[in-house]
Design a protein around this ligand. Structure first.
Ligand code: BGC
Length: 853
């Protein structure tokens, strides 16, 4: 039994403590988009509260990252607890029944479709997530006469295996939402909109409807979303979040939109025609004004950003900046962002790219702090496919500093007189079709009034490049066979831990069949097993008892437990055990939403119920919006601590794909459109988890899982340069910084090859260039499906030879197919042993850490 499971149904001290941390994390990730003096609310204010998220506040996304928690503090509750009087109880009460009826009907429909099968129920729920119905039109009687402030909470959710919709009720307002917002805008003196959303929506209504006085992106903030909202609205915490994405004026402005709108849903090809011009890089370089730019967010106070003399330290540029809170009333924090415009050379470059950021501490009015942004010169290199190298092209590099991508000033210029190669690679990711990419058009570059003058008067800095050595990589990986040990006695896993035997000798004694079992996992620890005996890797193993596999009995090979997450640990919030110690609760019930399916598990006499509520963190997009490295690390620590409590070895997160379109159903699990912000956020969270010895993260989904429709079969056509500079770059940053225990390949294909079968990705880049030394697992079920045709699944033996060490969730058929491939000679013993070694190395690390702690 894990440490958290208890028969006491009451809230535990750990939950209390962790939810308070989460309350702060969420508040610091909320973004103030607009404020014309409505905020902060005065103590004891009375407000008229509307919108479907007011009482049914969304706290988490749907799917693998949908953590169920004990109680969600709604916005209505949070405001009331903070002493703000909500005066529209009757209107909100009326919506209760509408929502209840719609929800019951929806889940009954799903259940019928699933023919009373829980797994099918989950899949149906993924494909058709519940959308809250509209509220009724607001009438005279719904608007209290003696209240001058109205708040409207607009909610949007999304999840795994399906994408959002560009139409009304999702990306756009529904007709009734728009109408209600218009009614409130004319009837209240102060009108505040709260966006309880999983990602960007169309915000034109904010500019079209007069008298919307304030707008806050409050996102989905975990357990205490409503409490965090109250902290921000009352000014207990001054808003300090900054957008981690560009919020476009029009959906069609995103470079991926035209194809999405045009594509029939069954189109299995996605051409990344915008190349390196991802997110703001595109808006800034092609003359498109965003509604709210990347990096933008307001405060209740104002800051002065004074750029001090730039300097160099070894092979880094150093930019000291003095930030002063120039307001008189509110404390606050500012995020200082460094962007660089690189010269146009042979390689077409965006107007600017984020190259560093730092956040101040809390600054009292009139106080200041000097912070430094440090930028290694090699981070300015671009990738040349022609040279198969990272190069600094000659020309002027302008450094821009400010508090959003569209509010910077030039801090310095560096003139490089000749090309410098910083790393020599090998051409990888050969295209499987032509990928026509756009090129920069200087005439459409963003500019601002003083830019040319600033360029002319910019301070020139120089840096000594003699210390920079060109990185080179060795792409040969020797997979030699580990011989069967001469001693016939069985080597137990324990012998490896005590140093009596080597891991190679342990692996050498395993038969090919046994090695195939090591390389195939078992997801359904809490479900009836398909066949007892072979598997030792499980997920959702939060209730302890487990089964003993054959490898365990013969070699003492312990099990290894994984759990999903993203925004906390996805654990069963409770489970039931019979007197014989069998867990009766299906692990699938740890997925948020399943509790609403009319599923009735078989009843048994003499059961004991255990409680073990996890903490729901804010969605990762919101964590990125804090731009706060310390807080991100702290959130990783919190997860790591809960992993110890639940006895989870590997956290199947952080997920770190790019926000390429706002419609991707899993964007909330991902951090940003920008690879640097994503990489740093994931690195900090990962380091926070892995600072707890023997606990590991799994960076996923490697790579380009940027949409959910057809996720198993989508073929992403993308250039090597765009992969390396944008889509792999975030992984590179996090993996080089953390050296994590594991990585999960994605479902999609890149340039015609399933990522789980892609040696270029999983070995050449991941291990040979970035030095990854953990194990790679597949995303769950990617090897199961047709063997040919457009929906062909990935191939088990190619997983092993490409360096995808572990097949998850694993099935008997995977083991059988691997054995057959070995027997046919398609798979070598050394390849199986190599993968087994990668997996077992992490298992050894876990046990050695446990022994020494
Ligand atoms: C998701 C993964 C997740 C796995 C296990 C897959 O469907 O894509 O992110 O870790 O399921 O739940």
């Amino acid at each position: 039994m894990n440490l958290y499971a208890t028969t006491n149904p009451n809230i535990t001290e750990r939950e209390e403590k962790h939810t308070q941390i989460v309350r702060e994390l969420a508040a610091r990730g909320m973004v103030l988009l607009k404020n014309q003096g409505c905020l902060p609310l005065k103590a004891g204010s009375r407000v008229a509260l509307y919108g479907n998220g007011a009482r049914y506040t969304l706290h988490a996304g749907i799917g693998a990252a949908g953590t169920i928690c004990r109680h969600v503090c709604t916005i209505e509750e949070g405001l009331s607890d903070a002493g703000i009087k909500v005066t529209t109880g009757a209107y909100l009460d009326r919506y209760d029944e509408t929502k209840e009826t719609a929800e019951t009907a929806h889940y009954e429909m799903l259940w019928q479709r699933a023919q009373n099968n829980l797994l099918r129920g989950v899949i149906a729920m993924y494909h058709e997530p519940f959308k809250m119905p509209d509220q009724s039109e607001i009438t005279e009687t719904d608007m209290p006469k003696d209240v001058d402030t109205a708040i409207y909470v607009l909610s949007r959710n999304s999840g795994e295996d399906t994408d959002r919709d560009a139409g009304e009720g999702d990306y756009l307002l529904s007709k009734i939402e728009r109408k209600n917002i218009e009614i409130l805008a004319v009837n209240f003196k102060h009108f505040i909109i709260l966006l309880n959303v999983c990602g960007p929506i169309d915000t034109k209504f904010i500019r079209e409807i007069d008298n919307i006085g304030a707008v806050v992106v409050v996102n989905l903030g975990g357990n205490l979303t409503g409490g965090s909202v109250a902290d921000v609205l009352t000014g207990k915490i001054t808003p300090e979040g900054k957008l981690s994405d560009t919020w476009a004026e029009n959906f069609i402005d995103y470079p991926s939109s035209a194809a999405i709108l045009k594509q029939p849903r069954d189109d299995l090809n996605d051409v990344y025609w915008e190349g390196v011009f991802a997110g703001y890089r595109y808006f800034d370089s092609f003359g498109i004004a965003p509604a709210y730019p990347f990096g933008y967010g307001m405060s209740y106070t104002s800051f002065d950003i004074q750029i001090l003399s730039p300097d160099t330290r070894k092979d880094c540029f150093v930019f000291p900046v003095r930030v002063t809170n120039i307001g008189n009333e509110y404390e606050g924090r500012e995020v200082v962002q460094l962007y660089v415009s690189a010269p146009q050379g042979k390689l077409s470059k965006p107007y600017q790219e984020l190259k560093g950021f730092e956040k101040t501490k809390v600054l009292e009015p009139r106080s200041s702090e000097v912070i430094e942004i440090i930028l290694p010169v090699v981070d300015l290199a671009s990738y040349s496919e022609e040279k198969a190298a990272w190069v600094l092209e000659p020309g002027a590099y302008y450094f821009r500093i400010g508090n959003s991508s569209r509010n910077t000033h030039i801090a310095a210029v560096w003139n490089l007189d000749k090309e410098v190669i910083t790393a020599r690679c090998r051409n990888l990711f050969a295209p499987d079709q032509d990928v026509p990419e756009i090129k920069a058009e200087l005439s459409r570059f963003y500019t601002y009034e003083s830019e040319e003058d600033e360029k002319k008067s910019a301070i020139h800095i120089s840096i000594d490049l003699s210390d920079i050595s060109v990185m080179t990589y060795d792409y040969t990986i020797k997979k030699s066979t580990f011989p069967v040990p001469a001693d016939e006695n069985i080597i137990l896993f324990e012998n490896v831990l005590t140093g009596k035997s080597t891991l190679e000798a342990f692996i050498g004694q395993l038969t090919p069949e046994e090695l195939c079992c090591v390389c195939v996992g078992d997801a359904w620890e809490t479900c009836p097993k398909q066949e007892e005996g072979e598997d030792f890797i499980a997920t959702f193993s939060l209730n302890g008892p487990g089964t003993t596999g054959g490898l365990n009995e013969k070699y003492g090979l312990p099990k290894f437990f994984m759990s999903d997450g993203g925004a906390g640990i996805r654990a069963l919030p409770w489970f039931e055990m019979d007197d014989e110690g069998n867990c009766l609760t299906d692990g699938l019930l740890s997925i948020g939403g399943t509790e609403k399916l009319p599923y009735n598990p078989p009843k048994t006499a003499h059961i004991t119920k255990y409680y073990q509520y996890p903490t729901a963190l804010p969605i990762p997009t919101m964590l990125a919006q804090t731009w706060d490295k310390n807080l991100l690390r702290r959130s990783g620590n919190l997860v790591g601590e809960e992993m110890v409590g639940y006895d989870v070895d590997v956290w199947l997160a952080p997920a770190m794909n790019n926000h390429r379109t706002p419609l991707c159903g899993r964007n909330f699990e991902y951090f940003s459109e920008d690879p640097l912000l994503t990489g740093i956020a994931a690195a900090e969270m990962g380091a926070g988890v892995e600072s707890i010895p023997g606990r590991f993260v799994c960076f996923k989904h490697f790579a380009c899982n940027n949409q959910e429709y057809n996720r198993h079969s989508l073929n992403v056509h993308v250039s090597e340069r765009s992969l390396r500079e944008i889509y792999l770059r975030s992984f590179q940053i996090a993996i080089e910084a953390v050296k994590p225990g594991s990585v999960m390949s994605s479902y999609n294909l890149i340039n015609g090859t399933h990522t789980a079968n892609y040696q270029d990705l999983l070995t050449d880049v991941l291990r040979c260039e970035w030095g990854f030394n953990g194990f790679v697992m597949t995303d769950f079920g990617t090897t199961r499906g047709p063997r040919s045709g457009p929906h062909a699944a990935s191939v088990p033996y190619l997983c092993i030879s490409a360096g995808n060490d572990l097949i998850m969730s694993g099935a008997r058929e995977d083991v059988d197919e691997l054995i057959e491939s070995y027997q046919k000679g398609d798979l070598k013993l050394s390849e199986l042993q190599w993968c087994a070694k990668n997996i077992l190395t992490i298992l050894v690390r876990k046990h050695l850490a446990a022994q020494s702690s």
